[in-house]
Design a binder for this molecule. Sequence first.
Ligand SMILES: [Zn+2]
Length: 228
Amino acid sequence: MTRLEQGDASNSSRLECDLHAGTHVDAPWHYNSTVQGKKAATIDELPLEWFFGDGVKLDMTRKAEGDPVTVEDVTAELARIKYTIKPMDIVLVCTGRDAFYGAPDYIFKGCGVTAEATKWLYDRGVRVMGIDGWGWDMPLNLQAQKAMEKNEPGIFWAAHQADLPYSHMERLVNLGQLPPAGFTVACFPLKIKGSWVVIISPRGRRRPGRCRRLYNRRLWRRGIVPAP
Ligand SMILES: [Zn+2]
């Protein structure tokens, strides 16, 4: 941004980026302002211990776009790899969709971990989970399709909205190269005070109706949902 040869006082650069971009970890504050009746933790409030632990990989590469990853899928895979989840394990869901990372249709790729499977892992002491797809829930266009078909609340971001104080990582890559278990995961997030790691503005957070309208309009412009 500044160069000595241009007459500036120093050579320096500036980096600006969206916090909810690329491979990232979502703090509970991203899901809701409260979780289980208490203020949801921002990324800087989470214990570092959460982000360093034994890794477990669940192979879900057989799942098609929008398929749910259920409790039965998780328990069957754990039985197949002969692994018992213990508290503070870091569970990585391998979908193979990292092959599309950077492609225009990456956002439409991937299965979705259900709220029930997320809770099942949480109940066993898992606090950090991750997936090598665009999102922990199914792709947004398929959430929208399901919401229009069912016309009931609770479809959008069901696992994000599971009311659990946990974190998930999204858009991981190269999980296919990992063994099912026997490895350590270190995934410390940047300590950014008050960060929820999110794309929607604070204005939307305080005014959820407006937030939803703005978000729907953005999706409509991209052709993901019909005109609002
Ligand atoms: Zn996210």
